[in-house]
Design a protein around this ligand. Structure first.
Ligand code: SF4
Length: 487
C-alpha cells in the first residue's frame, strides 16, 4: 500500500484486510470475550514473540543500565507469588492452588533467580517494589524469612518509594509481617473483600473472621509497617448494601491508612452459578449494591478519611476502585504503577508470570521457574519507540476511548499528529476518529469494531508480516479463551 494512494482507497483496502483477519480469528478461535486493544501485543499480532534465555535477559538489562541517559529512569520491581489457598470466584488475578511441595519448590527457584540476577540488581535503585500474587502470605514463616533475606541482600531501593506486599489475613502471622518490615516493605495490602460469612462462602474464599482481620491489621501496625491497606469488594453475591456498610464500618474503625473499595469482576463460572450466566443480571445486582456508597462516604467523613468522589461504576474491561484515605497519616506520595509500557519507565519482574519491561527495548514474561536459574526461559517481543507509541494509543483507546494530545506529548516529547499523520488521515476518511480540544476521540463502539479499527495504529509493515505468519501457522499462540466474563 503506497502512501500516495488516495487516502480513502488506501483506508478501504486496509480495512478489508483487517476485517477479514478479525473474522478468521473469530471463526477459528471463538475470540469472543477478549477484544482488548492491548491484546495485539499479548497475542503476538502486533509483534512477533520470541524466546529468550536468562543470560540474554541479563545482558539486555546490563546494556540498558549502562546506556541509559544521565536522567534518572524510573524502574520498578515486581515479585510474584503465584499461589492461593483456593480460587475466589470474584478474582481475575488467581494463578494456581499451591500444594506445600509446589510452594517449597517455587520458593527455592525464586531465591535462585534473585541470586542469579544479583549483578543486574546491584546496578538498580528501584523506585517502587510490589510483592503480589496470588498470595505472598501463603509461604510459611520460614520460607518468607528466606525470601526476605535474599531480597534484602540483593535489592536496593529509593527510601521514598512504595514497597508493598499483598497478604491474605487468614495466612498472615506477626512473624511474617516482621520479616516483611525487615526486608524494607513499608506497605501491606490485605485482601479482606467482605466480613459477611455468606458472601465469603459463596465466593469460595475460605474461612475469615473479623478477629483474624483485626489481628492482621493491628499486627502490621505493631510490626512497624507504616501504610496498611484493606481491600473490600463491592458487588459480591450474598452481600447486601447493609452487609457491605457493616463490613466497611468495622474495617475503617481499625484505622488503616486506606480502605480500597473495588468493583467486583465476576468470572464465568460465578456468573453461571448465581446470575444465570448473564452479565446483565450481575450488573443489576451490582447497581443495587452501589446504594451503599452514600453511607460509606458519610462514615468516612466521620472517621476523618478522605475519598475520591468516583462512582465506582462496574466496568467490563477493568476493575474500578476508590480509596478512602486516613487523613491522620502522612500520605505516601509514591505509588506503584501497574501501567508501565509506553512511559519512560521500566519494570523488573522476579518470579513466575510477571510482565517485565525494559524501556523501548524488550517486553517479556517468564515461564515456570527452573531449578537452574540460568535455564529459565522468557517469552517476549522486541519493542522500540514507535511500538511504544502504538501501545500507548491502544491502551488509552481501550480504557478511555480517547487519547489526550497533551499526555502523548508529555510521554513522547512529540505531537501525535506528527507521528501518526497518515494513520489519522486514513481513520478520518473512514469517519472513525474526531478531534475535540485536547483529545483524539475514537468513534467505533462495538468491541470487535474497536479492535479492527485500532489496527490502523500498529506499524503497518510489521502488522502485515505478522498477520501472514499467523495465517500460515507460523505465529505463536493465538487468542486464549479465558474464564473471565468480559462480554
Ligand atoms: S482474591 Fe486473592 S486469594 Fe482470592 S483467588 Fe484472588 S489472588 Fe487468590
Amino acid at each position: 500500500m503506497k502512501k500516495n494512494q488516495p487516502i480513502k482507497e488506501a483506508a478501504g483496502n486496509r480495512l478489508r484486510l483487517f476485517e477479514n483477519f478479525v473474522d478468521i480469528l473469530v471463526s477459528k478461535y471463538g475470540y469472543r470475550h477478549n477484544f482488548f486493544l492491548t491484546d495485539f501485543y499479548s497475542v503476538g499480532i502486533a509483534a512477533e514473540e520470541m524466546y529468550f534465555k536468562a543470560p540474554e535477559i541479563s545482558d539486555v538489562w546490563q546494556k540498558y543500565l549502562q546506556n541509559k541517559n544521565k536522567n534518572k529512569q524510573f524502574i520498578q520491581l515486581y515479585i510474584g507469588a503465584p499461589y492461593c489457598a483456593s480460587r475466589c470466584s470474584c478474582c481475575i488475578y488467581f494463578k494456581e492452588i499451591g500444594s506445600p511441595k509446589l510452594i517449597e519448590a517455587y520458593k527455592d527457584n525464586l531465591i535462585s533467580s534473585i541470586n542469579y540476577f544479583s549483578d543486574v540488581l546491584k546496578n538498580i535503585t528501584f523506585d517502587n517494589i510490589y510483592f503480589g500474587g496470588g498470595t505472598p502470605s501463603i509461604f510459611t514463616e520460614k520460607q518468607l524469612q528466606e525470601i526476605c533475606l535474599a531480597l534484602k541482600k540483593n535489592i536496593h531501593f529509593d527510601s521514598k518509594g512504595e514497597r508493598t506486599v499483598e497478604c491474605n489475613p487468614a495466612s498472615t502471622t506477626f512473624k511474617k509481617l516482621k520479616a516483611f518490615k525487615k526486608a524494607g516493605f513499608n506497605r501491606v495490602s490485605f485482601g479482606v473483600q467482605s466480613l459477611n460469612q455468606k458472601a465469603l462462602k459463596e465466593i469460595n474464599r475460605g474461612y475469615q473472621s473479623f478477629s483474624m482481620v483485626k489481628e492482621a491489621i493491628l499486627g502490621a501496625k505493631k510490626a512497624g509497617i507504616e501504610y496498611i491497606n484493606a481491600d473490600l469488594m463491592l458487588g459480591l453475591y450474598g452481600d447486601t448494601p447493609q452487609n457491605f456498610i457493616d463490613t466497611f464500618k468495622k474495617i475503617i474503625a481499625l484505622k488503616p491508612y486506606t480502605v480500597r473499595v473495588y468493583s467486583s469482576q465476576p468470572i464465568k463460572s460465578y456468573l453461571d452459578k448465581y446470575f444465570k450466566g448473564k452479565l446483565s443480571n450481575f450488573e443489576k445486582h451490582y447497581e443495587k449494591q452501589k446504594q451503599a456508597l452514600g453511607k460509606l462516604r458519610a462514615i468516612a467523613k466521620e472517621m476523618n478519611f478522605s475519598y475520591e468522589d468516583e462512582g465506582l461504576e462496574f466496568n467490563r474491561r477493568s476493575t474500578s476502585a476508590t480509596d478512602f484515605k486516613n487523613k491522620d497519616i502522612t500520605p505516601l506520595n509514591a505509588v506503584y504503577h501497574t501501567y508501565i509500557e509506553g512511559t519512560q519507565a521500566s519494570l523488573f519482574c522476579l518470579g513466575h508470570a510477571g510482565n517485565s519491561y525494559i524501556h523501548n527495548q524488550l517486553k517479556y514474561r517468564s515461564t515456570p521457574l527452573h531449578k537452574d536459574p540460568a535455564k529459565n526461559t522468557f517469552i517476549g517481543i522486541k519493542t522500540d519507540r514507535r511500538n511504544e507509541m502504538a501501545y500507548f494509543l491502544l491502551n488509552n483507546l481501550s480504557n478511555n476511548k480517547s487519547v489526550s494530545l497533551k499526555a502523548f506529548k508529555k510521554v513522547f516529547k512529540t505531537e501525535l499528529r506528527d507521528e501518526f499523520d497518515y494513520e489519522i488521515k486514513l481513520l478520518e476518511s473512514l469517519g472513525k476518529i474526531e478531534f475535540k480540544k485536547d483529545e483524539m476521540i475514537f468513534l467505533p463502539v462495538q468491541a470487535k469494531e474497536r479492535f479492527t479499527y485500532s489496527m490502523f495504529f500498529i506499524p503497518y509493515a510489521q502488522l502485515l508480516k505478522n498477520i501472514k505468519n499467523l495465517l500460515n501457522g507460523k505465529g505463536k499462540t493465538l487468542p486464549i479463551k479465558n474464564d473471565n466474563a468480559k462480554d
